[in-house]
Design a protein around this ligand. Structure first.
Ligand SMILES: CCCCCCCCC/C=C/C(=O)SCCNC(=O)CCNC(=O)[C@H](O)C(C)(C)COP(=O)(O)OP(=O)(O)OC[C@H]1O[C@@H](n2cnc3c(N)ncnc32)[C@H](O)[C@@H]1OP(=O)(O)O
Ligand SMILES: NC(=O)C1=CN([C@@H]2O[C@H](COP(=O)(O)OP(=O)(O)OC[C@H]3O[C@@H](n4cnc5c(N)ncnc54)[C@H](OP(=O)(O)O)[C@@H]3O)[C@@H](O)[C@H]2O)C=CC1
Length: 281
């Protein structure tokens, strides 16, 4: 689909790039010639993916065990990256999310999600932007949001609120940093199977109908479809796109309110919520 070497000369950090969609984004850009940096909390996951990235063709791969809730740790990571050469792009992909009745959330539970998604994305974005501006270098920030950012989503309220914040950040910085030749864009994925999303968001009994039936195109997304979109948006071919959020969900958001998958939770019993919370769902 793309010319060989589309991403040659690029160096991209994917937060949460060791697994799930982030891993697929990193792999696709490695195939297209980008140097890759990934971070996450689990060292073993990062190590394994680093080998896959080299095999895929990345000219270099760096990994950082870094919790993006920690602004100081992020700054250290960015210093270490810049010491070897500046990034050209950042993908805010790492996230945390789970289903719960909002009125029962503890402050710690709210913070767990907000600190990863909203604070982590803002810390990483400013860590990159500050360095690009000081160095007089262009850059691209792509943030992975969801249709919850615009439509809201019941039972995952901290995530919806955080994603809305990240989308507002994207649109705000497209203006503020445009004169520095820094682009900020977003993608809003629909249903793309990953361990994290399916493990945390689909406890037993929550699917009233088969998941594919929540989608007008009658199927789930394939990782290659969103990885190609992300590669395009990160490339110079998308050089005039800024402040935009591209939805890639087979039309699911147009069903309204986060899809019919929500309906199962209205009838959840206390026992089902407890099972979901313990991760057995
Ligand atoms: C398929 C369809 C796609 C549908 C498509 C819809 C797409 C929506 C868009 C977003 C999708 C995604 O992000 S999918 C990505 C999902 N991936 C992940 O979540 C992976 C990373 N997640 C995590 O690490 C954890 O789940 C998370 C809890 C967020 C953070 O872990 P921590 O170890 O930091 O936190 P913990 O110490 O375990 O918990 C912190 C507090 O949160 C509470 N807590 C934890 N889980 C809880 C739960 N289920 N219900 C209530 N409360 C909970 C704990 O009790 C603690 O509060 P106290 O008891 O008070 O101490
Ligand atoms: N899959 C889907 O259908 C959808 C996904 N999305 C979005 O796509 C993105 C990827 O989701 P998905 O791949 O499904 O999620 P996963 O849970 O599978 O992956 C999340 C990644 O983020 C990392 N991560 C989580 N918390 C932190 C942290 N505090 N610091 C550093 N890294 C962290 C995890 O690594 P580790 O645990 O090792 O830290 C993991 O590699 C997210 O932004 C999500 O909101 C949006 C809509 C739908």
């Amino acid at each position: 689909m793309f010319r060989d070497g589309l991403m040659s000369g690029k160096k991209v950090l994917v937060t949460g790039g060791g697994s799930g969609l982030g891993r697929s984004f990193a792999l696709r850009q490695a195939e297209l010639g980008a140097e890759i940096v990934i971070c996450g909390r689990r060292q073993a996951v990062l190590d394994e993916t680093a080998q896959d990235l080299l095999r895929a063709g990345a000219p270099s791969v760096d990994i950082f065990s870094c919790d993006i809730r920690d602004a100081a740790a992020i700054d250290e990571m960015f210093d270490a990256i810049w010491a070897k050469g500046p990034l050209t792009g950042l993908i805010n992909n790492a996230a945390g999310n789970f289903v719960a009745r909002t009125e029962r959330l503890s402050p710690k539970a709210m913070d767990a999600v907000l600190n990863i998604v909203l604070h982590g994305s803002l810390y990483c974005t400013t860590a990159a932007g500050r360095r690009w501006i000081e160095g007089g270098q262009p850059g691209t920030v792509l943030s992975v949001v969801s249709s919850a950012a615009t439509s809201g989503r019941a039972f995952t309220v901290p995530s919806a609120a955080a994603k809305a914040g990240v989308l507002a950040m994207t649109k705000s910085l497209a203006v503020e940093w445009g004169p520095y030749n820094i682009r900020t864009v977003a993608v809003a994925p629909g249903l793309f199977p990953t361990e994290g999303a399916w493990g945390n968001l689909r406890p037993d009994g929550s699917d009233k109908i088969p998941q594919a039936m929540e989608v007008p195109l009658r199927r789930l997304g394939d990782h290659s479809e969103i990885a190609n979109l992300v590669a395009y948006l990160m490339s110079d071919e998308a050089g005039y796109i800024s402040g935009e959020c591209v939805t890639i969900d087979g039309g699911r958001d147009l069903l309204g309110g986060g899809g019919s998958g929500i309906l199962g939770f209205f009838d959840f019993t206390d026992a089902q919520w407890e099972t979901a919370r313990k991760g057995k769902g």
